[in-house]
Structure formats: structure tokens, C-alpha cells
Write a protein that binds this ligand. Structure first.
Ligand code: SF4
Ligand code: SF4
Length: 83
């Protein structure tokens, strides 16, 4: 399986400590990244300003599960467990 187009759960649920264009101190958990567009696609895809952590995050069935809603729940739980 591969990343669900239009999901974007990993751009909302987890915190990101790296600077993101428009979010210079990173992104808190549960907050939508400003670079996530209305179709839940990254505006910085292919752009060198996209944080490395975003490049490194890949589809993982354990985290992404089989729906956006489940991924949001699992990623939020994972975020709390790793705080
Ligand atoms: S949570 Fe998983 S399926 Fe959803 S956008 Fe991120 S990598 Fe893709
Ligand atoms: S920069 Fe793109 S991939 Fe990274 S969290 Fe924001 S929208 Fe998602």
C-alpha cells in the first residue's frame, strides 16, 4: 500500500519541531500545517524548503491504517506516547 492522496493526517496530528515556511517554530500536535492545501496535499511537495522530517515520513500501515480518521486517531495516540 502507499500514501492515501488527500489524507494529510500526518500533517495535522503529530507535532513537528523543524521550521516550516509559514510556521517558523514548527507545528504543535493537532494543528493543521499551513502548507497543507484544501485538498489535503502538501504545497511544498518537491520543494527544497519542505522539512526533512516530512521527506522521511513514509506510509506505514501501523500508523496510517486504512482510513484518514483512523490515522488521525493513531497518530494522536502515538504523539501522546512519545511526548
Ligand atoms: S497519514 Fe499516512 S496515508 Fe495519510 S498522508 Fe500521511 S503518510 Fe499518507
Ligand atoms: S510541510 Fe507538507 S508534508 Fe510537511 S507537515 Fe506541512 S503539509 Fe505536511
Amino acid at each position: 500500500m502507499s500514501c492515501r492522496v488527500g489524507c494529510g493526517a500526518c500533517c495535522i496530528a503529530p507535532s513537528i519541531t523543524s521550521p516550516i515556511p509559514g510556521m517558523p517554530t514548527g507545528k504543535p500536535a493537532g494543528v493543521r500545517c499551513v502548507q497543507l492545501d484544501d485538498d489535503n496535499r502538501c504545497r511544498l511537495f518537491g520543494d527544497p524548503r519542505r522539512p526533512n522530517v516530512c521527506h522521511r515520513f513514509e506510509y506505514d500501515i501501523q500508523l496510517c491504517s486504512d482510513s484518514r480518521e483512523q490515522a488521525l486517531r493513531i497518530l494522536a495516540k502515538w504523539e501522546r506516547a512519545t511526548q
